[in-house]
Design a binder for this molecule. Structure first.
Ligand SMILES: Cc1cc2nc3c(=O)[nH]c(=O)nc-3n(C[C@H](O)[C@H](O)[C@H](O)COP(=O)(O)OP(=O)(O)OC[C@H]3O[C@@H](n4cnc5c(N)ncnc54)[C@H](O)[C@@H]3O)c2cc1C
Length: 481
């Protein structure tokens, strides 16, 4: 019998798993995908917002500001990357300057450190490509950028180290109450028993809630956001996150420097029917292009290396819905965790456990909890002497597999065999960045595929790109006699 089953391994479920591992509980995370952070937590802007637009007094505001602070702790304990970029919200004319003043007041009410309005001339000292039409900016120095997938990965890895179990390819298909506990059916066949269920399923939270509850207080209406990625050689084109003024549809099309040097351009905001369809459209990307031009002069669209889309879990509740079910004790929902969900994730986990569950009065502390997780060294970022030293100890550090990102055979093999390792091309890309550079895997994907096949002892024909049914090949066409 588990104390807690957490459904969903995005940034929310994995942060909760790590917080739970501070206590003596038996807990498991169930994820329908073959990896952590494959849905919203994979495809977003990666910004740890300062908190200039959530409604003062809302949970979104409170947990955004607290979460932003907690990222400094995560950086130290879990070795996650943080780019302390700061942000500028821009205004182009008098009417927009009035709105900027309004967002300054919201920032002050939300206690956003260092928020103030400065002239465009002053902003251009550090941001020379700022659009010439911009007249004033709201500066938000505590805005940061992270690598969202790694946040989830690091939290899950640390939670596992502290005793939490993880099961991938585990689609929860049925929930039942039996006496004082619950039965959770996985993939329509396996059943596990638990005292509590935490529903952290992002866009599916209303569907999962409805597996047990007869009435659900929030409904998810999925909203797509599309992006371009500019090659990392454009690093420095913008140094801050550049936001337009927020609208009903969200924070708008942004320019966001990323931790590895790329620049994200987007997202737009379009309500869609399908919660999981992440294709991009010509119209969507054209909108993104047109609006990016309002933030900076000469956005280098000739340096686009890819486009992608993510689906927001927007809800009609208009705030984070973090509550115990009214009908089922021990069934907890994290609904409507759209932006600033990534920013707030570590605070959401703490809030759920302390304020909603009251964990301190239920379970003793895990005295052996180890908050630290150390990332494998990134070979390309080491000094020549360090590289030589490593190659002497492990010669496969000397074999570069991904030329764009300078990722070695040793790093890829480690990612295949790690406790939270992966046997798919995309899983290796997420862990090592092999295939994330200029050629987008054109050169190295085949080499990564052969390494996975060699290390796992399976035929290259069975290696998947991403989901288990996304195999790269149908059959061999040239077979040696
Ligand atoms: C376009 C876009 C831009 C954004 N930009 C930002 C930003 O810059 N800053 C910010 O703070 N926030 C941002 N967000 C919001 C942020 O990404 C989300 O709030 C956050 O990722 C939500 O995490 P989650 O764990 O709730 O959801 P998810 O990451 O979607 O995780 C839910 C998990 O549940 C799993 N699941 C679903 N159903 C089942 C089932 N039946 N059984 C088992 N598993 C199941 C899914 O496979 C998934 O892995 C953005 C979101 C989008 C889409």
């Amino acid at each position: 019998m588990y104390d807690f089953v957490i459904i969903g391994a995005g940034v929310i479920g994995t942060n909760i798993a790590r917080e739970l591992s501070r206590y003596q509980t038996k807990a498991i995370v169930l994820e329908k995908e073959n990896d952590v952070a494959n849905v919203q937590s994979l495809a977003n802007s990666a910004i740890i917002h300062a908190g200039h637009n959530p409604e003062p007094g809302s949970l979104k505001a409170r947990l955004n500001i607290w979460g932003n602070e907690l990222y400094d702790e995560l950086e130290k304990e879990l070795d996650i990357p943080l780019l302390r970029s700061g942000a500028y919200v821009v205004a182009h004319n008098e009417s927009e300057e009035k709105q900027l003043e309004h967002y300054l007041q919201i920032s002050l009410q939300n206690k956003v450190p260092g928020a103030k309005i400065i002239s465009a001339e002053e902003a251009r000292i550090t941001e020379p490509n700022l659009a010439l039409s911009i007249t004033k900016v709201l500066t938000l120095p505590t805005t940061k950028v992270t690598y969202p997938w790694e946040v989830a990965f690091a939290c899950m890895e640390n939670a596992m180290k502290n005793g939490v179990e993880f099961r991938k390819n585990a689609l929860v298909t049925k929930l039942e109450q039996k006496d004082d506990h619950y039965l959770v059916t996985i993939n329509n066949k396996d059943r596990i028993e638990t005292k509590n269920i935490i529903n952290a399923t992002g866009v599916a939270t209303d569907d999962i809630a409805a597996l047990l509850d007869s009435s659900v207080e929030f409904k998810i209406t999925p909203r797509k956001g599309e992006y371009f990625v500019l090659d990392k050689h454009m690093k420095g084109f913008v140094n801050h996150v550049l936001y337009p003024l927020p609208t009903e549809a969200g924070k708008g099309v942004l320019l966001t420097p990323q931790v590895h040097g790329e620049i994200l351009v987007g997202p737009n905001s379009v309500f869609v029917e399908d919660k999981y369809r992440t294709d991009v459209s010509f119209e969507g990307l054209a909108y993104v292009k047109a609006n990016a031009g309002l933030l900076a002069e000469g956005v280098p669209f000739h340096k686009i290396i890819r486009s992608f889309a993510g689906i927001r879990s927007t809800s009609n509740y208009h705030d984070f819905y973090i509550q115990e079910s009214k009908e089922h004790k021990g069934f907890f929902h994290l609904g409507g965790i759209e932006s600033p969900g990534l920013s707030a994730a570590p605070a959401i986990a703490k809030y759920l456990l302390s304020d909603v569950i009251g964990i301190d009065s239920l379970y003793p502390k895990n005295e052996t909890f180890d908050p630290f997780r150390k990332k494998q060294p990134e070979f390309h970022s080491l000094s020549l002497a360090e590289k030589q030293h490593l190659i002497e100890a492990y010669p496969t550090y000397g074999n570069i597999i991904c030329k764009c990102e300078q990722i070695t055979e040793k790093e890829i093999v480690d990612a295949i065999h790690a406790p939270l390792g992966s046997h798919t091309i995309k899983g290796i890309k997420k862990r090592t960045r092999a295939g994330a550079g200029l050629c987008q895997g054109g050169y190295c994907e085949e080499k990564v595929m052969k390494l996975i096949a060699r290390e796992t002892g399976v035929s290259p024909l069975s290696i998947a790109y991403d989901s288990d049914d996304s195999s790269l090949f149908e059959e061999e066409t040239k077979v040696e006699e």
